[in-house]
Design a protein around this ligand. Structure first.
Ligand SMILES: [Zn+2]
Length: 279
């Protein structure tokens, strides 16, 4: 029921025409990706350009590459403006294609993780703030722009964006991809980055965040063991932890999440391969 459009071969799927398209004066930047709600868009402009998104400055690498995210339920256009080194510039608007999200029932969760007791309220707030702060990182990395590798082998047991009904209680959308695999299955960095958080949280269990640069981060939840610490540099393919069932989980799985700053994205739309390797 879900359309698969993944990173490889996802050439331009633009929802809006260039502002100027005269053959003698073509737009000199492009934006690629699955171009869906909740997906990462990746741009390319002449080296030395400046970029803005919806009127605000957007980090752009020296080689002209940049990235931004479409929110999971975004229906309006994102406007990208690029100023070229020669002083010229262009604006283009990009409207993400709509997704239809699933409804998923999850039963058998520990009730104290579905309706946490009042005494953990302060802890939950502190942990949410720590994650928020980690996702403010804005560094110059760009390895993720060549596409992510799946972080583990396993079965996709939960998809991004589904409306979750946990122990019969409607919850917010599920902002991640679940990969079911036995406890102890290695988790590997999907691209180079710097560890921006590594901690044991009440709902997330063993959680690690990787800052990949330009506001793009990925998160790994419910780990049985964390193998990296905040500040560590990691390379693509490096082991960062082991799959587990800590926090709000019914069984061992990896909850894999991706963000552009605080905007939640579907990591499965930025992978080089459409599916993870089976167990
Ligand atoms: Zn999950």
């Amino acid at each position: 029921m879900m359309q698969r459009r993944f990173f490889v071969g996802a050439s331009l799927c633009l929802a809006a025409a260039p502002a100027r398209a005269q053959a003698e004066n073509p737009v000199r930047f492009s934006v690629a990706g699955s171009m869906e709600q909740g997906s990462l868009a990746m741009g390319s402009a002449p080296p030395g350009s400046l970029a803005a998104l919806d009127g605000r400055p957007l980090r752009i690498l020296a080689d002209g590459r940049f990235a931004f995210g479409f929110a999971p339920n975004q229906t309006n256009a994102s406007v990208v403006t690029v100023r070229y080194p020669d002083g010229g510039g262009d604006s283009r608007s990009f409207t993400p294609s709509m997704r239809v999200y699933d409804i998923q029932r999850v039963d058998g969760l520990p009730q104290n993780t579905v309706t946490p007791p009042p005494e953990v309220k302060a802890r939950l707030a502190k942990e949410a703030e720590d994650i928020y702060l980690a996702r403010l990182a804005d560094t110059a990395g760009g390895d993720f722009l060549s596409g992510l590798d799946w972080p583990a082998t396993g079965r996709e047991s939960g998809v991004f964006g589904s409306q979750r009904i946990n122990n019969s209680i409607p919850m917010s959308q599920h902002y991640g991809v679940d990969m079911a695999a036995p406890t102890g299955t290695p988790i590997r960095a999907p691209a180079d980055g710097v560890i921006s958080l590594s901690a044991d949280h009440y709902l997330s269990g063993g959680i690690t965040l990787i800052d990949h640069g330009q506001g793009v981060s990925t998160a790994y939840l419910h780990q049985s063991q964390r193998l990296v610490a905040a500040g560590d540099r990691v390379k693509r393919g490096q082991r960062i932890g082991l799959i587990g069932a800590t926090g709000r989980a019914t069984g061992p799985h990896l909850h894999w999440a991706m963000n552009w700053f605080q905007v939640r994205l579907d990591p499965s739309r930025s992978t080089r391969k459409s599916k993870p390797d089976p167990l």
